[in-house]
Design a protein around this ligand. Structure first.
Ligand SMILES: [Fe+2]
Length: 362
């Protein structure tokens, strides 16, 4: 049973009118859905002078650079529920592909082209989320070079429950694009190869015809496309909403959230305009910076990614509080992946991270 207690200095409303010279920390369970306490610190909890061990907040500088091999996906963080990959494609896929291991979510950071699938083609452009159900055969055809954040999931991607927001909140069902049945466009080859991934290994199957041969389909399993620019954020001028209101997709043991441009809380109301400090004790938190000016963090540019493991605090950089006073809007777009089970960085991640990121709160 929830039993609410309090002691000393605190506010009547969380995230609003924080006592002068104090910093609010949220100590919450189950992401932002569970029980919670707020602690009012005289000194922000990120003023460490040293961190020894694995829990340093981690950061990738913009990742689509020369350290990233072209035309393949590079895994960067993973656990038993999901694998986060990045891919910088300068040419179309060589072969068709099908995953027997994962449902897949592509976030198009930049570029244009077309994904031809068993269900028909989907044109893509910057800001699109494309979901490919496990078992779908597809091939990526580029129009321009394409930068992708890809999440492979052991479970299906589903829409969040809108609850009291009503069914049209966040994004309408008509904002979701589905493919029109069509055969594959390439018809002039002698043979066509399909690479199928199972247990991480590739099996290659060759056909004498394009494997995309569907003239029609019906049902409730199909690829989808949703633009991050169609995501409607839930905001309040008097209260800093928790990141969970930006939930775009849910899967087993993780969520995908979209942070998009929006008005900030009004200064006059005393509402906090930057995220509160938290250690997000039940989730590892990954943030991919897509577009805009990320004013709550110093030196973060589009294409960068931060990883804040469970158990260590994070929150705005010191300058952000000052910078936020005059700001009335944010133009930032970012994709957050919150994972319930600890994520393990890949060798590529460790080789390319900014090792000094943890010092950025000093
Ligand atoms: Fe966070």
């Amino acid at each position: 049973m929830e039993s609410f207690k309090s002691s000393g200095l605190f506010t009547k409303q969380a995230h609003v009118k924080i006592p002068e010279g104090h910093f609010e920390e949220e100590h919450g369970r189950n992401g932002f859905f569970g029980r919670v306490s707020h602690l009012y610190h005289a000194i922000a909890p990120v003023t460490w002078t040293n961190i020894e061990g694995d829990l340093k907040p981690q950061c990738q500088p913009p990742m689509f650079n020369d350290n990233l091999k072209r035309n393949k996906f590079e895994p960067i963080l993973s656990n038993d529920d999901l694998v986060i990959n990045i891919g910088f494609y300068t040419k179309s896929f060589e072969n068709f592909y099908r995953s027997a291991d994962f449902d897949e979510l592509f976030f198009i950071h930049d570029g244009t082209g077309r994904i031809e699938t068993s269900y028909g083609p989907l044109e893509y452009t910057k800001g699109d989320y494309i979901i490919i159900p496990r078992g779908t055969t597809y091939k990526l055809y580029l129009t321009t070079e394409t930068k992708i954040l890809k999440v492979e999931s052991r479970s299906e991607f589903e829409q969040p429950d809108r609850g009291m927001l009503g069914p049209n909140a966040l994004y309408d069902q008509t904002a979701i694009v589905t493919p029109e049945a069509a055969h594959g466009s390439e018809q002039d080859k002698k043979e066509y190869k399909v690479e199928i991934k199972r247990l991480g290994k590739i099996t290659t199957v060759t056909y004498p015809h394009n494997p995309l041969t569907v003239s029609g389909w019906k049902g409730s399993v199909y690829p989808t496309k949703l633009s991050i620019y169609d995501f409607c954020p839930v905001t309040s001028h008097r209260y800093h909403m928790p990141p969970s209101v930006h939930t775009t997709y849910v899967a087993k043991n993780f969520v995908i959230c979209s942070f998009v441009e929006r008005p900030l809380e009004e200064h006059e109301t005393g509402a906090l305009k930057v995220p509160f400090y938290h250690s997000n004790i039940d989730f590892d938190e990954v943030l991919f910076y897509h577009q805009g000016n990320f004013f709550s963090r110093d030196n973060i540019d589009a294409g960068a990614l931060t990883f804040h493991p469970q158990g260590i605090h994070h929150g705005p950089h010191p300058k952000a509080f000052k910078n936020s006073v005059a700001k009335t809007r944010t133009d930032e777009f970012a994709v957050m992946i919150d994972a319930k089970r600890p994520l393990i960085p890949s060798e590529w991640f460790s080789n390319n991270e900014n090792k000094n990121y943890w010092k950025s709160w000093l």
